[in-house]
Design a protein around this ligand. Structure first.
Ligand code: G
Ligand code: G
Ligand code: MN
Ligand code: NA
Length: 253
């Protein structure tokens, strides 16, 4: 209730902040993209993290507005980079469960791309693997439409829940985000066998891939040995305010 009652106000007062966590090429350290992650800077309560408020917003339906707010901030930022002479990188956004099955979902994104004159390629859409288990017809319709418009889809949190390996061959995604769950116990040989073969399978299926949640040098080196080069994790960068991310982009021009 506390959260629900305050969302409209928070949107109006711009209390929601879009943070970006850089994605890197582990070989060079170069920033090759980012993921937009929302934070709520509440005047009353301090910083509130999404794990606390997203589930509440999902239930109340407010998440649809908040997602769209984040998307717009991302399109606006890329537009500003483009016109300001900063070479943009793709900034992926998360799409909530209540959004993916909605008809309006595709239209909202297409309109933003047009309005901000940003190629949809620059805003990949992260969809959690568990969303592929229900209402798939509605989801597929949206995916097909958005992919023909040039949007790319990423299967988020792969391997975290009840994912089936068949998803890798059945779902119409362009990229798989390997969940940090796979990095647990990575010193153990069995864990290494599993992640190595998941990586190879994704490669053979010719899907793009990124590993999330890399926290140590050892993890990074092991993954590179397995031929996986894209990463997102605290070892490289934590989520940061948009302006800080922009400074990093400018530095590497
Ligand atoms: O940094 P982290 O604590 O940011 O994010 C926690 C969870 O919240 C992740 O599962 C992430 O996908 C989700 N999340 C972060 N930002 C957004 C957003 O703008 N929209 C939706 N739907 N989920 C988000
Ligand atoms: O959307 P998704 O569930 O993938 O959101 C990514 C989540 O993972 C965010 O909450 C983000 O802050 C978090 N995260 C990013 N890098 C790391 C990391 O290296 N370790 C841990 N534990 N969490 C991370
Ligand atoms: Mn994500
Ligand atoms: Na994830």
């Amino acid at each position: 209730k506390r959260i629900e009652n305050n969302v409209a106000m928070a949107l109006r007062d711009e209390e929601f902040k879009v943070y970006i966590q850089p994605k890197v090429d582990m070989r060079s350290g170069e920033i090759i993209g980012g993921e937009a992650l929302i934070r709520w800077h509440s005047v009353k309560e301090g910083i509130i993290y999404p794990d606390e408020f997203i589930p509440v917003l999902e239930k109340s339906g407010y998440i649809v507005d908040v997602d769209a707010y984040v998307w717009e901030k991302v399109f606006a930022a890329i537009h500003i980079w483009k016109t300001g002479g900063i070479t943009p990188v793709p900034i992926s956004v998360n799409v909530s469960r209540s959004h993916v099955y909605q008809k309006s979902f595709a239209g909202v994104l297409e309109k933003l791309a047009q309005q901000y004159d940003v190629e949809p390629y620059y805003v990949p859409l992260e969809v959690t693997e568990s969303m592929f288990t229900e209402y798939v017809d509605k989801l597929y319709k949206n995916i097909t439409r958005l992919q023909s418009a040039g949007f790319r889809f990423s299967m988020d949190d792969f391997g975290a829940g009840y994912s089936s390996l068949n998803m890798l061959k059945d779902e119409p995604v362009d990229e798989v985000k390997i969940d940090r769950f796979f990095l647990k116990d990575i010193k153990k040989e069995k864990s290494q066998i599993v992640i190595r073969n998941v990586i190879h399978m994704i490669q053979e299926l010719q899907l793009d891939m990124i590993v999330e949640g890399i926290e140590t040098k050892e993890q990074a080196e092991l993954l590179m040995n397995y031929g996986s080069y894209k990463a997102q994790g605290y070892y490289y960068y934590k989520p940061m305010p948009m302006t800080e991310f922009e400074q990093l982009l400018i530095k590497q021009q």
